[in-house]
Design a protein around this ligand. Structure first.
Ligand code: AR6
Length: 180
Protein backbone atom coordinates (compact mmCIF):
# COMPACT_ATOMS: atom_id res chain seq x y z
CA UNK A 1 0.00 0.00 0.00
CA UNK A 2 1.11 3.55 -0.66
CA UNK A 3 -0.35 6.62 0.96
CA UNK A 4 0.50 10.15 -0.15
CA UNK A 5 -0.81 13.53 0.84
CA UNK A 6 -2.28 15.66 -1.96
CA UNK A 7 -3.01 19.18 -0.72
CA UNK A 8 -5.50 18.63 2.16
CA UNK A 9 -6.43 15.09 1.12
CA UNK A 10 -5.05 11.56 1.07
CA UNK A 11 -4.43 9.38 -1.99
CA UNK A 12 -3.98 5.64 -1.43
CA UNK A 13 -2.94 2.88 -3.81
CA UNK A 14 -3.60 -0.69 -2.75
CA UNK A 15 -3.92 -4.11 -4.26
CA UNK A 16 -7.18 -5.98 -3.67
CA UNK A 17 -10.85 -6.47 -4.33
CA UNK A 18 -12.74 -3.17 -4.39
CA UNK A 19 -15.99 -4.75 -3.15
CA UNK A 20 -14.44 -5.08 0.33
CA UNK A 21 -13.60 -1.38 0.74
CA UNK A 22 -15.22 0.73 3.45
CA UNK A 23 -15.06 4.10 1.72
CA UNK A 24 -18.38 5.98 1.52
CA UNK A 25 -18.59 5.21 -2.19
CA UNK A 26 -17.17 2.68 -4.64
CA UNK A 27 -16.79 3.56 -8.29
CA UNK A 28 -17.94 0.91 -10.75
CA UNK A 29 -16.54 0.49 -14.29
CA UNK A 30 -19.93 0.03 -15.94
CA UNK A 31 -21.26 0.02 -19.52
CA UNK A 32 -23.62 2.58 -21.10
CA UNK A 33 -26.68 0.39 -20.61
CA UNK A 34 -25.87 -0.09 -16.91
CA UNK A 35 -26.62 -3.73 -17.64
CA UNK A 36 -23.98 -5.36 -15.47
CA UNK A 37 -21.31 -7.63 -16.89
CA UNK A 38 -18.01 -9.24 -15.96
CA UNK A 39 -14.93 -7.79 -14.26
CA UNK A 40 -15.37 -5.28 -11.49
CA UNK A 41 -18.99 -4.58 -12.54
CA UNK A 42 -19.95 -8.23 -12.02
CA UNK A 43 -18.12 -8.35 -8.70
CA UNK A 44 -19.87 -5.21 -7.36
CA UNK A 45 -23.34 -6.45 -8.34
CA UNK A 46 -22.65 -9.90 -6.84
CA UNK A 47 -21.41 -8.49 -3.57
CA UNK A 48 -23.99 -5.69 -3.35
CA UNK A 49 -27.07 -7.75 -4.22
CA UNK A 50 -30.00 -7.14 -6.60
CA UNK A 51 -30.98 -3.71 -5.28
CA UNK A 52 -28.15 -2.06 -7.19
CA UNK A 53 -29.36 -3.51 -10.51
CA UNK A 54 -32.91 -2.45 -9.74
CA UNK A 55 -31.73 1.13 -9.33
CA UNK A 56 -29.57 0.88 -12.46
CA UNK A 57 -32.62 -0.25 -14.44
CA UNK A 58 -34.57 2.76 -13.26
CA UNK A 59 -31.74 5.09 -14.34
CA UNK A 60 -31.45 3.22 -17.63
CA UNK A 61 -28.38 4.68 -19.34
CA UNK A 62 -25.10 6.47 -18.75
CA UNK A 63 -23.09 7.98 -21.63
CA UNK A 64 -19.36 7.24 -21.88
CA UNK A 65 -17.43 9.70 -19.72
CA UNK A 66 -20.41 10.42 -17.42
CA UNK A 67 -21.40 8.98 -14.02
CA UNK A 68 -24.58 8.08 -12.14
CA UNK A 69 -25.17 7.02 -8.54
CA UNK A 70 -27.06 4.23 -6.75
CA UNK A 71 -27.04 3.01 -3.18
CA UNK A 72 -24.58 0.29 -2.23
CA UNK A 73 -27.03 -2.48 -1.34
CA UNK A 74 -25.25 -4.99 0.91
CA UNK A 75 -21.81 -3.46 0.41
CA UNK A 76 -19.93 -1.76 3.21
CA UNK A 77 -19.88 1.33 1.00
CA UNK A 78 -23.11 3.31 1.21
CA UNK A 79 -23.02 4.39 -2.46
CA UNK A 80 -21.92 3.09 -5.84
CA UNK A 81 -20.98 5.62 -8.49
CA UNK A 82 -21.28 3.97 -11.90
CA UNK A 83 -19.12 5.49 -14.57
CA UNK A 84 -18.45 4.39 -18.14
CA UNK A 85 -14.92 4.51 -19.48
CA UNK A 86 -14.16 4.44 -23.19
CA UNK A 87 -13.61 1.28 -25.22
CA UNK A 88 -10.02 1.59 -26.45
CA UNK A 89 -9.91 1.72 -30.25
CA UNK A 90 -6.28 2.58 -30.92
CA UNK A 91 -6.12 5.92 -29.08
CA UNK A 92 -7.30 8.41 -31.71
CA UNK A 93 -11.02 8.18 -30.88
CA UNK A 94 -10.90 10.71 -28.02
CA UNK A 95 -10.24 7.89 -25.53
CA UNK A 96 -7.92 9.93 -23.28
CA UNK A 97 -10.45 12.77 -22.84
CA UNK A 98 -13.26 10.30 -22.22
CA UNK A 99 -11.26 8.41 -19.60
CA UNK A 100 -10.36 11.68 -17.86
CA UNK A 101 -14.03 12.63 -17.98
CA UNK A 102 -15.09 9.33 -16.37
CA UNK A 103 -12.83 10.10 -13.38
CA UNK A 104 -13.84 13.78 -13.17
CA UNK A 105 -17.56 13.03 -13.47
CA UNK A 106 -17.29 10.47 -10.65
CA UNK A 107 -15.41 12.87 -8.40
CA UNK A 108 -17.74 15.74 -9.09
CA UNK A 109 -20.81 13.58 -8.39
CA UNK A 110 -19.18 12.64 -5.07
CA UNK A 111 -18.60 16.32 -4.26
CA UNK A 112 -22.22 17.18 -5.12
CA UNK A 113 -23.52 14.46 -2.80
CA UNK A 114 -21.23 15.31 0.10
CA UNK A 115 -19.30 12.03 -0.26
CA UNK A 116 -15.85 12.47 1.29
CA UNK A 117 -14.13 9.16 0.52
CA UNK A 118 -14.23 6.96 -2.53
CA UNK A 119 -12.48 3.96 -4.07
CA UNK A 120 -11.76 3.62 -7.80
CA UNK A 121 -10.84 0.55 -9.83
CA UNK A 122 -8.64 0.97 -12.91
CA UNK A 123 -11.39 2.02 -15.32
CA UNK A 124 -11.33 0.72 -18.93
CA UNK A 125 -8.21 -1.42 -18.48
CA UNK A 126 -9.98 -4.81 -18.50
CA UNK A 127 -12.66 -5.70 -21.05
CA UNK A 128 -12.40 -2.22 -22.62
CA UNK A 129 -8.72 -2.74 -23.47
CA UNK A 130 -7.14 0.59 -22.46
CA UNK A 131 -3.34 0.16 -22.15
CA UNK A 132 -2.54 0.08 -18.44
CA UNK A 133 0.39 2.54 -18.38
CA UNK A 134 -1.50 5.24 -20.27
CA UNK A 135 -4.65 4.69 -18.26
CA UNK A 136 -2.74 4.88 -14.95
CA UNK A 137 -1.25 8.24 -15.89
CA UNK A 138 -4.62 9.70 -16.83
CA UNK A 139 -6.31 8.27 -13.72
CA UNK A 140 -3.69 9.57 -11.29
CA UNK A 141 -3.25 12.99 -12.94
CA UNK A 142 -6.98 13.56 -12.99
CA UNK A 143 -7.50 12.56 -9.36
CA UNK A 144 -4.50 14.55 -8.12
CA UNK A 145 -5.64 17.63 -10.07
CA UNK A 146 -9.15 17.31 -8.66
CA UNK A 147 -8.02 16.88 -5.06
CA UNK A 148 -5.91 20.03 -5.31
CA UNK A 149 -9.04 22.01 -6.22
CA UNK A 150 -11.54 20.14 -4.01
CA UNK A 151 -10.54 19.71 -0.36
CA UNK A 152 -14.09 18.47 0.38
CA UNK A 153 -12.95 15.05 -0.90
CA UNK A 154 -10.79 13.77 1.93
CA UNK A 155 -9.64 10.41 0.59
CA UNK A 156 -9.37 8.61 -2.74
CA UNK A 157 -8.22 4.98 -2.94
CA UNK A 158 -7.26 3.14 -6.08
CA UNK A 159 -7.93 -0.54 -5.49
CA UNK A 160 -5.94 -2.45 -8.07
CA UNK A 161 -6.75 -6.01 -8.96
CA UNK A 162 -3.53 -7.97 -9.27
CA UNK A 163 0.16 -7.31 -8.97
CA UNK A 164 0.67 -5.91 -12.46
CA UNK A 165 -1.93 -3.16 -12.17
CA UNK A 166 -0.69 -2.28 -8.69
CA UNK A 167 2.96 -2.02 -9.80
CA UNK A 168 2.02 0.09 -12.80
CA UNK A 169 0.05 2.58 -10.72
CA UNK A 170 2.80 2.66 -8.11
CA UNK A 171 5.49 3.48 -10.69
CA UNK A 172 3.32 6.06 -12.38
CA UNK A 173 2.53 7.78 -9.08
CA UNK A 174 6.23 7.92 -8.19
CA UNK A 175 7.00 9.62 -11.50
CA UNK A 176 4.18 12.12 -11.11
CA UNK A 177 5.07 13.03 -7.54
CA UNK A 178 8.73 13.50 -8.49
CA UNK A 179 7.76 15.76 -11.38
CA UNK A 180 5.63 18.01 -9.11
N1 AR6 B 1 -11.76 -5.14 -7.64
C1 AR6 B 1 -10.96 -4.24 -8.23
N2 AR6 B 1 -10.65 -4.28 -9.54
C2 AR6 B 1 -11.17 -5.30 -10.27
C3 AR6 B 1 -12.02 -6.28 -9.72
C4 AR6 B 1 -12.31 -6.17 -8.33
N3 AR6 B 1 -13.11 -7.04 -7.71
N4 AR6 B 1 -12.36 -7.15 -10.72
C5 AR6 B 1 -11.72 -6.74 -11.84
N5 AR6 B 1 -11.00 -5.62 -11.57
P1 AR6 B 1 -13.17 -4.33 -16.21
P2 AR6 B 1 -13.56 -2.08 -18.10
C6 AR6 B 1 -10.14 -4.82 -12.47
O1 AR6 B 1 -13.15 -5.31 -17.32
O2 AR6 B 1 -12.29 -2.40 -18.78
C7 AR6 B 1 -17.73 -5.08 -17.69
O3 AR6 B 1 -18.28 -6.24 -18.24
C8 AR6 B 1 -9.65 -5.46 -13.74
O4 AR6 B 1 -8.55 -6.32 -13.48
O5 AR6 B 1 -13.92 -4.68 -14.97
O6 AR6 B 1 -13.86 -0.65 -17.76
C9 AR6 B 1 -18.70 -3.89 -17.72
O7 AR6 B 1 -20.03 -4.30 -17.63
C10 AR6 B 1 -9.23 -4.24 -14.54
O8 AR6 B 1 -7.93 -3.79 -14.16
O9 AR6 B 1 -13.78 -2.88 -16.71
C11 AR6 B 1 -18.40 -3.26 -19.05
O10 AR6 B 1 -19.14 -3.85 -20.08
C12 AR6 B 1 -10.24 -3.16 -14.09
O11 AR6 B 1 -10.88 -3.70 -12.93
C13 AR6 B 1 -16.93 -3.51 -19.25
O12 AR6 B 1 -16.63 -4.69 -18.50
C14 AR6 B 1 -11.28 -2.83 -15.12
O13 AR6 B 1 -11.65 -3.99 -15.85
C15 AR6 B 1 -16.07 -2.39 -18.72
O14 AR6 B 1 -14.73 -2.65 -19.01
Amino acid sequence: MIKVKVAESVLILKQGDITQEDTEALVNAANERLAGGGGVDGAIHRAGGPQIMEECRRIGHCPTGAAVITTGGNLKARWVIHTVGPIYRGGSQNEAKLLESAYRSSLSLASDRGIKSLAFPSISTGAYGYPLEEAAEIALKTVIGYLKEHPEIKEVRFVLFGEKAYRTYEETLRKLVKGD
